[in-house]
Design a protein around this ligand. Structure first.
Ligand code: SF4
Length: 381
């Protein structure tokens, strides 16, 4: 398989250019085309000599993602469904400026990125895992979600007759889309190093939040990474009994072990951890979860993001009504826990992550079955 150019670091490219007897400043020019100008074709790189472009073309691929569908309007959360080179589908979600959703003060635009096609972890409320795991994304496919959204944005501005933006569109990343990020550890960290590098995406490590359903060994591995990523835990239950009902991973790594790993992470990084907590009616929204959840936040210097559940077709769970959501939040605050409740309607499309992909795959299957039927009818087979 041909290596995608966007899986390589500056150092790796410099080593290759030395072998090719190309001056090192050419690497800077190439990186400028790849990451600042977001070029999609070798021939666009006009200040690189033709012979060098040919060498690059022969040795590397330069993949982009194909936008298959988009949901949501310009001023709200927007969901992008991408088609990868092998036909697999993944989603990314662009969340507009929202004070302190994950980062510090006001975030300009946060992009929620996928790391796998499907997911093997089978959380009971999640659409991403419904058809199981298909494959890991490579570093370039993770990186390209950011650049493809920015290219799309630029195109929108161009169509509207507006100038190119002076700043990047995406300045916050949450690694929380389809897949368990830490199960694709090496490709994820490879992608994040490039997205963080000044010659690459230039997104500060503290503006990158990695979410996990609770892979304890990988949390410890992440603690040893030099970059200061933020950590979010998909908690969804404050006791083993409730968490196990929703997340099979809890049987392998029960809360005690998960929290010990989080504590160690925090000792090294010294940063606040976020607990994601999807509120599901009659499952984890009872007041019996409030005290243990508040105790966890205090023990860990963590905050809770409460996210009202969004119905997934084919799954039995329901969203609690607004009064129940507010009651849960108020009870947490009474226990002196730091918590926020996601109230914005614009986020509705992203909560049921993985649904757009499933829906589109089913539609494509139906279309294919229909076409086969027509061919059979025409040929009489
Ligand atoms: S919530 Fe995350 S880890 Fe769980 S099945 Fe969905 S994508 Fe996988």
């Amino acid at each position: 398989m041909v290596t995608d150019i966007k899986t390589l670091t500056r150092e790796a490219l410099e080593a290759q250019f030395t072998v090719w007897q190309q001056p090192v400043y050419r690497v800077g020019q190439l990186l400028e085309w790849l990451y600042a100008r977001r070029a999609t074709e070798w021939d666009a790189m006009t200040n690189l000599p033709k012979a060098l472009r040919e060498l690059l073309r022969q040795h590397y691929s330069l993949h982009t993602l194909e936008l298959l569908r988009k949901q949501g309007s310009e001023d709200s959360t927007q969901k992008f469904l991408w088609k990868l080179a092998d036909g697999s589908l993944v989603e990314s979600v662009l969340i507009p400026a929202n004070p302190a959703l994950y980062g510090e003060a006001s975030d300009r635009h946060t992009l929620c990125v996928s790391t796998q096609v499907g997911c093997a972890y089978g959380c009971k409320f999640c659409a991403s895992g419904l058809d199981g795991w298909k494959r890991n994304l490579n570093a370039s496919e993770i990186i390209e979600q950011v650049f493809s959204v920015e290219r799309w944005h630029e195109q929108q501005l161009k169509t509207a007759g507006q100038p190119k933006p002076a700043q990047r569109l995406v300045d916050n990343l949450v690694i929380m889309g389809m897949g368990e990020p830490l199960a694709n550890y090496d490709n994820l960290i490879g992608a994040l190093r490039i997205l963080n590098a000044p010659w690459g995406g230039g997104i500060g490590a503290r503006k990158i939040t990695i979410s996990t359903s609770g892979l304890v060994p990988q949390i410890r591995r992440l603690a040893a990474e030099p970059l200061q990523f933020r950590l979010a835990i998909s908690l969804h239950g404050a006791t083993d009994a409730v968490r196990e009902r929703l997340m099979p991973i809890n049987r392998k790594y029960p809360l005690r072990e998960l929290l010990a790993a989080c504590e160690d992470y925090q000792k090294v990084k010294g940063r606040m951890i976020t607990f994601e907590y999807i509120l599901i009616a009659g499952v984890n929204d009872g007041l019996d979860q409030v005290r243990p959840l508040a105790a966890l936040t205090k023990k860990l210097f963590a905050k809770v993001n409460l996210i009202p559940y969004n119905q997934v077709e084919g799954l039995p769970w329901e969203r609690p009504d607004e009064a129940a959501q507010e009651k849960f939040l108020a009870a947490l605050e009474q226990e002196k826990a730091v918590a926020t409740l996601r109230r914005e309607k614009g986020h509705d499309i992203d909560a049921a992550c993985g649904q757009l992909r499933l829906k589109t795959e089913r539609e494509l299957e139906l279309k294919e079955a229909g076409e086969q039927k027509i061919v059979k009818a025409e040929t009489g087979d």
